[in-house]
Design a binder for this molecule. Structure first.
Ligand code: SAM
Length: 192
């Protein structure tokens, strides 16, 4: 099956209402919505587009920065082998751990902390998904991206940022391309 079709099918199986009890009546609307603590659940069409861009494979080991509601995490975990997700806000982290556990996911590891530092003990990763806007690509994330790895990250310090795909080849050489323009909440950490 075509990988895009596979990811689209997994996306269609997710019930977004389960991730936004704060405003469930808007779950069908293709936009970001508040999840508390000044953060948002991402626009669903963008979650899908970013996951397709990441070229997620069934055997991928994935690092996600910015667990948020866990909606993107659920899609990554549905389509990959294992997911390591980092969130800096304890209340969001706790809620996502409970929610995704109750949904039956057993291939997600959660960490509370500064995702700009990545998750060194678990590196390297085949795929890295960053769901908050960075001013620069955190060097730790580049270092923790494996050979033939891919990273999707919004870059910029304004209201609109460049959604960037970074690909690392087998020699460690990086190729960077801007795919579209997006608007994410800021990545807050050592390498913002
Ligand atoms: N994809 C998530 C969803 O659909 O619910 C949305 C994520 S929200 C746009 C961005 C998240 O990144 C927020 O939960 C925020 O707290 C988190 N975040 C920001 N800076 C971070 C950092 N340095 N480390 C970990 N998480 C961070």
């Amino acid at each position: 099956m075509d990988n895009r079709v596979r990811i689209k099918e997994l996306f269609n199986r997710l019930d977004r209402r389960l991730f936004m009890e704060e405003c469930q009546e808007f779950a069908h609307v293709d936009g970001p919505f508040p999840i508390g603590y000044g953060q948002t659940i991402s626009q669903p069409s963008l979650v899908l587009a970013m996951t397709i861009m990441l070229d997620l494979k069934t055997d991928s080991k994935v690092l996600e920065i910015g667990t948020g509601s866990g909606f993107q995490t659920a899609l990554l975990a549905s389509g990959a082998k294992e997911v390591y997700t980092v969130e800096r806000i304890k209340k969001l982290h706790d809620k996502a751990v409970k929610r995704l556990g109750e949904m039956g996911f057993d291939n997600i590891s959660f960490k509370l902390g500064d995702g700009t530092m990545g998750w060194k003990e678990k590196a390297p990763f085949d795929r890295i998904m960053v769901t908050a806007a960075a001013i620069m690509v955190p060097p730790s994330l580049i270092a923790q991206l494996g050979e033939e790895g891919k990273m999707v990250i919004p870059i910029g310090n304004g209201r609109v940022q460049e959604l960037t795909l970074i690909e690392k080849d087998s020699m460690g050489k990086l190729d960077t391309s801007v795919k579209e323009y997006v608007s994410f909440v800021p990545l807050v950490g050592k390498y913002e």
